[in-house]
Design a protein around this ligand. Structure first.
Ligand code: NAG
Ligand code: NAG
Ligand code: NAG
Ligand code: NAG
Ligand code: NAG
Ligand code: NAG
Length: 939
């Protein structure tokens, strides 16, 4: 539910969306590919000669020869071949004798010999072509198949072989270029091949180009020769590559400018002291924006070579900034990287590093099949983080890994993790595996993990691998380093984490008389209901790293003990009863930890003292994060959890504040239909006002990203809680818009101001916003309109604004609003009690009319019923929805199942509210009394 309702977080994440999840696209593709058409396994390719000649008219000529041997006799040579390509000629020759021909003494002189192709078969809609031979080919012999064909160059995507243009400002000529992007399985669109990652072979690539242009490919240029029958055109032949996968093949033909950087390494190289040619390319007008790229790449490659204890695997690397590059991710062919212009010229380096990491993981060592792509991806992410952290000493790489960690905590603790979304599933699974590498780094030691991965790479370079190869190599290294018990294997540990869509929670219950503690593990569930089937069967290998108040050493990350898939263990030798302990500091393993109340209280007290800083900031954040999430899940008293926020009065490091904003959002929304909500808003204002005032309204020169983030978040949440200065500022900004002559030409108000105005401002201001949506000119960017509409629906505090919007869009059938708009409005209204209660009342009041309106649109009807009924959280809501259900029982139609599910959810949530609201209220009363604030005056 939260992706659509978490409106405020979406808004404020926009200010902080650095670490985008773009790789998920890649993974969905990989996921789909697990069932890609596989070729029969009876032939093994050994080498390719690929000749491609792209023409300016948007077509290309191709000729490919592939040498292969026979594993199992067959009369069919099957290759991947895109059905849109046109085959012109084909031939098969046999070069050496088969085992049988050697036995029967067939004379060597008869070879090479041409074989007769009886038939060529293309299956409809399948990217496979089969050559049926007159006679079967036998084991042991070597053959060559040669195909001549034609194909089209794409001009509307950045996939396969594609062409694009740009205008040279000096000559105003339109220039064209072509480039390739074959991941994950598009090589077959350009040349017939064994298009599976498991087949890696050396390749010789020949590219035909106009003599004005330059061609680059995976390897350095070997020689250039004129093209027969075509003046001004030449063939470039490139050196033979090491064994590589078809998706690693790449080339670019352009008239770009180049920053040459042949002496990459100014100092002596860490490993072998060699140089590579590493050039940066872009259209002439853009190249100056890329002056810093080389040094980033050099630095990154240095760190990576050291990490893998292997040099960069090719003699050259070309990095391109492509105009109009449309793919969501850069293209990482081996030795050629293609980026969007803006991405390459931007600040920061992690996205360059990420593509460089793929040069080792993916290109040098390649997953055998797509089912192993996810572990490759996770390891790429880990190595990218490792490298980025080493490079940007002042940066925290988007608070790695906390931001990601929190989001997987939320995802895996849902009743149904990932919903139905493959994209979310793939991404959170990858993130989890990435965190397992991090956990192994801490528990086995950086040296063991690094050496283990080096061992893996030494074994699998130029070859393919399975996921288990990685874990096996780490296990071997851990045995040598004696960092892991003989009886334990890393495969087992990792397997217990990556095979489940769940995470554990560890509960620590101390026995203060015996200085011992009982530790239990079970599935971590946060959203209700908690009735996950078979949950008692889930067990993990969990490292128990322990820090005691008597010795606050956060450097030693060796586990005191592993929970070896045991549900319960006991640990001894804990400190006296007035000293706390911390389990799993620094989020070493991806799991929350609960304690007994006494231990929580000792932690809370300690955090309020100046000694707080003896606990590193990520651990302070974890304690706070775990406490409120466990309370939210119903596993800890809210009084205890809210006590863990008291230290924030003194806390100024933004990493520690990070979990607070989600707390305010989640808890705030959960209680916003009750009287406690006003008190909660006062609490939020008391919490955030001193922080915000200290940070100041305006950014300081050279301030860190973290500080800027903290300012903008605290502002968003203060405004939401009705902080007066903020509302005033927002209204002043908004006024400028209301006063200009042509308000529909553009919006001069920063997005952050719009929601506070619609929430706390006047009817007139809101109405002005509504008119802007209605009169929105079609020529302007539609996402601005969408944003306005979202805020018009999602922000208001009073029902009359929402009713007006619903009247116009649902009842009056105003032609300015599409069905998509109405969906959006419904889903925005689930974000707050005011929204969904108004929607419910609107539905109840206008039932017959609405039903008639939406008769032919069952999806919209279902969406309305969902939004209007599913998110109530109190007894009052339950009564309202139950009453409607009884009254209209036979009339819900397609939404029957929706309302039944809603009632079940509301019952769960009502129980939560009954259990927790009194405790929260009591705590807030006490807090507000101490802080001497009357709950109403400030609003
Ligand atoms: C295949 O092998 C033959 C004989 O060794 C050789 O002449 C030919 O160039 C090879 N073809 C390719 C595509 O490597
Ligand atoms: C793309 O190719 C199509 C057909 O080959 C052509 O009609 C169209 O004009 C091309 N578009 C561009 C932008 O070159
Ligand atoms: C090659 O260069 C010549 C002279 O600069 C120019 O007239 C011609 O259009 C160019 N051809 C291509 C294909 O760029
Ligand atoms: C680099 O290596 C060369 C030759 O091996 C050596 O003469 C030179 O002193 C080294 N430079 C540095 C900075 O280590
Ligand atoms: C790996 O662990 C070491 C401590 O053993 C730590 O200093 C380092 O930051 C960790 N690296 C990553 C990428 O987490
Ligand atoms: C890190 O910060 C220091 C001091 O603020 C600065 O001199 C240095 O250039 C920064 N380094 C990077 C990589 O930004």
């Amino acid at each position: 539910m939260w992706p659509k309702t978490l409106f405020l977080l979406i808004v404020f994440n926009l200010t902080y969306a650095r670490y985008t999840q773009k790789r998920s696209i890649d993974l969905i593709a990989a996921h789909g590919l697990i069932t890609d058409t596989k070729l029969p396994q009876d032939l093994i390719p050994h080498e390719y000669l690929i000749q491609i000649h792209p023409l300016p008219e948007g077509v290309f000529n191709g000729k490919v020869s592939i040498n292969f041997t026979v594993q199992q006799h067959t009369d069919t040579v099957a290759l991947h071949f895109h059905p849109d390509m046109e085959l012109l000629e084909s031939s098969v020759r046999q070069f050496t004798r088969s085992d049988e021909e050697i036995k029967t003494k067939v004379p060597i002189e008869t070879f090479p010999k041409s074989l007769i192709i009886k038939d060529v078969e293309k299956e409809k809609k399948k990217p496979v072509i089969s050559f049926i031979l007159k006679e079967a080919i036998k084991e042991g012999a070597m053959f060559e198949i040669t195909l001549i064909y034609k194909g089209k160059i794409f001009n509307d995507t950045s996939e396969g072989l594609f062409k694009s243009t740009y205008v040279d400002p000096q000559t105003t000529e339109t220039k064209w270029f072509v480039a390739t992007h074959f991941r994950p399985n598009l090589a077959r669109n350009v040349f017939p091949c064994f298009d599976e990652p498991g087949y890696k072979t050396p390749m010789v690539i020949k590219i035909g180009r106009h003599k004005n242009m330059t061609a680059t490919s995976n390897m350095p240029l070997l020689h250039t020769e004129p093209m027969e029958n075509m003046n001004d055109w030449v063939w470039d032949t490139f050196e033979k590559s090491p064994p590589m996968a078809t998706f690693s093949v790449g080339f670019v033909i352009s008239e770009f400018s180049q920053i040459k950087n042949s002496k990459v390494l100014k100092d002596n190289h860490t490993l072998t002291g060699y140089n590579i040619d590493m050039d940066v390319w872009a259209r002439p007008n853009f190249i100056n924006a890329l002056v810093n790229v080389s040094s980033k790449v050099n630095q990154s490659i240095h760190i990576l070579e050291d990490f893998w204890a292997r040099r960069y695997p090719l003699p050259k690397l070309d990095i391109f900034a492509l105009p109009n590059y449309q793919a969501t991710r850069p293209a990482d062919s081996w030795g050629i990287l293609l980026f969007k212009e803006s991405e390459l010229s931007g600040k920061g380096s992690w996205h360059i590093t990420q593509e460089l990491v793929y040069q080792w993981l993916g290109a040098l060592a390649t997953p055998f099949w797509w089912s192993d792509a996810h572990i490759n991806n996770a390891l790429v992410r880990y190595v990218t983080a490792y490298t980025t952290l080493k490079m940007e000493e002042n940066e925290t790489f988007n608070n790695w890994p906390m931001t990601m960690l929190y989001s997987i905590y939320y995802e895996f603790s849902k009743r149904y993790p990932h919903g139905k979304s493959t994209a979310i599933k793939q991404d959170s699974t990858s993130a989890k595996t990435e965190l397992i590498f991090r956990m192994l780094n801490y528990t086995l030691g950086e040296k063991t993990l690094k050496k283990g991965l080096q061992r893996f790479m030494a074994d699998r370079e130029f070859k393919t691998f399975f996921g288990d190869d990685i874990w096996n190599s780490i296990t071997e290294q851990a045995r040598i380093d004696k960092t892991l018990d003989e009886k334990i294997s890393v495969n087992e540990i990792a397997g217990s984490w990556i095979t489940k869509d769940r995470l554990p929670v560890v509960t620590v219950t101390r026995d203060y008389k015996k200085n011992s503690a009982k530790l239990t593990q079970r599935v971590y569930l946060r959203e209700r209901p908690h009735d996950v089937p078979d949950q008692e069967k889930f067990v993990w290998w969990i490292p128990i790293v322990l820090v005691k108040q008597t010795n606050l050493n956060f450097q030693n990350c060796t586990p005191t003990v592993w929970m070896k898939r045991e549900k319960e263990i006991k640990i001894e030798n804990l400190p006296e009863k007035d000293k706390f302990i911390i389990v799993n500091p620094e989020e070493i393993g991806p799991f929350p930890v609960n304690y007994d109340v006494d231990n929580w209280n000792m932690l809370s007290k300690f955090l309020c003292t100046d000694n707080r800083k003896k606990i590193p900031v990520n651990t302070r954040a974890k304690l706070l994060h775990d406490a409120w999430n466990l309370a939210y899940a119903g596993d800890l008293s809210f009084a205890t959890a809210l006590n863990m926020t008291l230290f924030l009065k003194y806390e100024r490091e933004y990493l520690a504040w990070d979990p607070v904003f989600t707390l305010i959002d989640h808890i705030g929304r959960h209680i916003d239909s009750s009287a406690v909500h006003k008190k909660f808003q006062s609490y939020v204002r008391i919490l955030l006002t001193p922080l915000y005032e200290e940070l100041g309204n305006d950014p300081q020169e050279g301030e860190s990203e973290g500080r800027a983030h903290l300012r903008s978040s605290s502002k968003v949440f203060l405004c939401q809680a009705g902080y007066k200065p903020c509302i005033k500022e927002a209204q002043e900004a908004f006024k400028k818009w209301m006063e200009i002559d042509n308000p529909d030409e553009g919006n001069p108000v920063a997005n952050q101001y719009i929601c506070p105005v619609f929430k706390w401002g006047t009817q007139e201001e809101w109405e002005f916003g509504l008119q802007r949506v209605i009169q929105f000119p079609p020529g302007r960017k539609q996402n601005e309109r969408t944003y306005l509409l979202k805020t018009l629906a999602g922000c208001p505090n009073d029902a009359s604004k929402i009713e007006r919007l619903l009247n116009i869009t649902v009842l009056e059938k105003n032609g300015n609003f599409t069905d998509t708009d109405v969906y959006l409005i419904f889903s925005m209204l689930t974000g707050g009690a005011n929204g969904y209660t108004t929607l419910f009342n609107f539905l109840k009041k206008n039932w017959d009319e609405i039903k008639l309106r939406l008769e032919d649109r069952p999806h919209l009807w279902n969406s309305l019923i969902t939004s209007a009924t599913s998110v109530f959280k109190t007894q009052e809501g339950l009564d309202m929805v139950s009453e409607l259900y009884v009254q209209r029982q036979s009339e819900f139609g397609t939404a029957d199942f929706v309302i039944e599910k809603s009632l079940k959810n509301i019952k769960e949530e009502t129980k939560w509210s009954n259990d927790n609201l009194p405790i929260i209220e009591k705590w807030l009363d006490n807090y507000l009394a101490v802080n001497d604030v009357q709950t109403t005056t400030k609003i």
